[in-house]
Design a protein. Structure first.
Length: 396
């Protein structure tokens, strides 16, 4: 009977339930329990790491860093676009082109009459004005900055009868500047650096119709570009137009603005780079600063001298009491590399054959001396003349 133990068998447990009187039907297996975890495909032990996330970690990137860079690059791209549009404006727009031409003309004409450029602005435009004044002065264009508030309290006296005025205002209706106008001689050349591209829309020009319009527009308001109206793109384009005026006017006034700038800017790295050698002392190399290639000529080959010349800070190389200049070292050919220095003609010059000159001798005077000595028939004169001439040419 069901439910009784059979001899030699234990009880059988089953999950089936028998319902008496029910119709017979196919038995359905019980549902399988959920799988604890799904196995990865193939022989992979775990899911692969996202290569982009790994690369980001190796670079040290983070969401914050990415966001910062996106914001910064957006500002750079926006301002670069504004400058490109500005160049196109001055290439094609008659108002902008006439304004630039008349501005340069006014500045150069007044400078010739011992006048100066007076730059006027307030706020961020004032800071741009002060930077432009520094640029004008470094290029030998007499310029001063005038704050409009201080002008109304006595500083108007800085404006002379031969001066040119440059007002800087993005809006073209800055009240501090408009208040000044009735107190300034209308006959003075006046330039307005502003965002307006037409005189009809500018409030400042309505008060002073003879003003020269110098447009510095931007493609869109800074509020749209960056979510804030802080002067950024507008000050960049204003500075660029001012720099363009300064360089252009300086080139007309001075025969060489590089020489003028070097004279007016003797300090710092810029001054050091601008200074040109003037006397022999400026190009002289101390004997003790010349590295030694070898103790004797027999020990050294052309290759050794060439390598020593490349390693030398000054380009000069010493072998006992003889020296090789940078120019003679550069002349060492492929066929000279395995030769001893004794076999290479004119590569070394004896110290005894060198011409002695005062350290205060100008380079121009040294050139004249060499030209005269090259006419000498004396072979010994020719030897040390060639050596010094090579020295001058190396630094000319």
């Amino acid at each position: 009977m069901a439910g009784l133990s059979q001899p030699g068998h234990g009880p059988v447990q089953t999950s089936a339930v028998v319902v008496l009187g029910a119709s017979s039907c196919l038995a359905m297996p019980p549902p399988s329990p959920p799988t604890p975890s799904s196995s990865p495909p193939g022989d992979t032990f775990c899911e692969p790491i996202d290569p982009l996330s790994l690369e980001r970690e190796l670079r040290g990137d983070s969401p914050i860093k990415d966001q910062r860079l996106r914001e910064g690059i957006h500002v750079l791209n926006t301002e670069a676009l504004a400058l490109r549009n500005l160049s196109r404006l001055y290439e094609t727009d008659p108002v902008a082109r006439d304004g630039f031409n008349l501005s340069v003309q006014a500045i150069t004409k007044q400078q010739a009459a011992n006048g100066k450029l007076v730059v006027i602005g307030v706020g961020k435009s004032g800071h741009i004005g002060q930077k432009l004044v520094a640029t004008f002065k470094s290029l030998a264009i007499h310029a001063v900055f005038l704050h409009p508030t201080e002008a109304l309290h006595g500083d108007l006296g800085i404006i002379g009868p031969n001066d040119t005025l440059m007002f800087i205002t993005y809006s073209g209706k800055t009240q501090e500047l408009l208040i000044m106008l009735p107190h300034i001689d209308e006959s003075l050349p006046t330039i307005l650096l502003t965002s307006h591209t037409s005189p009809d829309t500018c409030e400042f020009i309505k008060h002073r119709p003879n003003t020269i319009l110098l447009p510095a527009p931007i493609p869109e308001p800074e509020k749209i570009s960056f979510g804030v109206s802080a002067p950024t793109t507008s000050t960049t384009v204003a500075l660029a137009v001012g720099d363009a005026i300064a360089v252009t006017a300086a080139k007309e006034i001075n025969s060489s603005i590089a020489v003028v700038f070097a004279k007016n800017h003797p300090g710092g790295a810029i001054g050091a780079a601008a200074r040109q050698p003037r006397i022999i002392k400026d190009i002289a190399v101390s004997w003790c600063d010349i590295p030694v290639a070898a103790e004797t000529e027999e020990e050294s080959l052309g290759f050794d001298l060439l390598r020593a010349g490349l390693d030398s800070v000054t380009g000069w190389v010493r072998v006992q009491d003889r020296v090789a200049s940078p120019g003679t070292i550069r002349k060492i050919g492929r066929h000279d590399l395995n030769k001893s220095l004794e076999e290479i003609p004119d590569v070394l010059m004896s110290k005894a054959l060198m011409l002695s000159l005062s350290s205060e001798t100008t380079i121009r005077q040294a050139r004249d001396i060499l030209k005269n000595m090259q006419l000498s028939p004396n072979d010994e004169d020719m030897a040390y003349t060639d050596a010094l001439w090579q020295r001058i040419r190396d630094y000319d």
